[in-house]
Design a protein around this ligand. Structure first.
Ligand code: RIB
Length: 293
């Protein structure tokens, strides 16, 4: 089983020709309101790829929270540890996506901020623990301390204050911006070695259309390419990557094979609007297509 400890947001997505500068007003081409939040996206994507998933997340006692729970049920996710926080709004995210599929995101954490350490009690039994940083670090730290399987931290957004958390996780999966923020240097190699010394097993830096760099503490360093696709919306590509990685690690594949798979599923995910990952049959078709090409 994959346990996801993380966030849920209602995503308000605006497709724009150009992301506005400070002080600039632009007109949106399209508006989408959909399920999001890095924790939820990762849980949904892992479930769609065939794993059993339990989500540990907080929502508000509003309609968005009720809708989120119904949505997870319809996606075959175990909702027994979802916490409904009374008098609090469900998290929301405001996302601008430009014509190249690039985005900027502002998250209003709402109920995500109120997920507490106690909310983790008697819930951390599983094979893989997947965490992000849209909830309190103290909760992430407790989960990482108490879980007895493979622990993956997707350090997004990259504002980690308690760096002790790094020593508790097996694998960390920053994108380039998050990586820079974590290591605080422009020297990639130096930063990579620094980060590698802090985690238990591996650093995977996701590099968008260039794929992902896998570096392990036992000396492996390999750039694993991603298939070329027509990018519509990059939002959630990192979430889909982490989900697919977890699914393959849970199945017992080695890290390199899991990253190859995650690159492919994440590439497929950016060909559509929104942060939710593709269904398994779409992935199977896509893998067949790229194998033929
Ligand atoms: O990673 C994409 C996600 O970041 C969005 O769904 C948004 O809710 C923010 O959490």
């Amino acid at each position: 089983m994959i346990i996801v400890v993380g966030s849920y947001n209602v995503d308000v997505i605006l497709k724009v020709n150009k992301i506005p500068e400070i002080g600039e007003t632009v007109i949106a081409d399209e508006l989408y309101i959909t399920h999001g939040g890095k924790g939820s996206n990762q849980a949904v994507s892992a479930s769609r790829l065939g794993s059993h998933v339990k989500i540990i997340v907080a929502v508000g006692d509003d309609k968005h929270g009720t809708d989120a729970i119904e949505f997870w049920k319809s996606e075959n996710i175990d909702v027994s540890k979802v916490k409904v926080k009374s008098g609090i709004n469900t998290g929301t995210a405001y996302i601008f996506v430009d014509k190249k599929g690039r985005n900027i995101i502002v998250v209003n954490r709402g109920a995500n901020y109120y997920l507490s350490e106690d909310d983790l009690n008697n819930s951390l039994e599983g094979d893989i623990l997947l965490m992000q940083l849209e909830i309190r670090e103290s909760v992430v730290k407790k989960a990482a301390k108490e879980f007895n399987g493979i622990k993956i931290l997707n350090p997004a957004p990259a504002n980690l204050k308690d760096t002790e958390i790094l020593s508790l996780v097996d694998i960390i999966t920053p994108n380039e911006i998050e990586f820079k923020e974590l290591v605080n240097t422009d020297d990639f190699e130096y930063g990579l070695n620094l980060l590698l010394k802090k985690v238990k097993k591996a650093v995977i830096v996701t590099l968008g259309e260039r794929g992902a760099l896998l570096a392990t503490r036992d000396g492996k360093k390999v750039l694993i390419p991603a298939p070329k696709v027509n990018v519509i919306d990059e939002t959630g590509a990192g979430d889909v990557f982490n989900a697919a990685l977890s699914v393959y690690l849970e199945k017992g594949y080695d890290l390199e094979t899991a990253v190859e798979y995650a690159n492919k599923v994440a590439a497929l995910s950016v060909t559509k609007i929104g942060a939710l990952g593709p269904k398994l049959d779409e992935v199977v078709r896509f893998l067949e297509e790229i194998d033929k090409a």
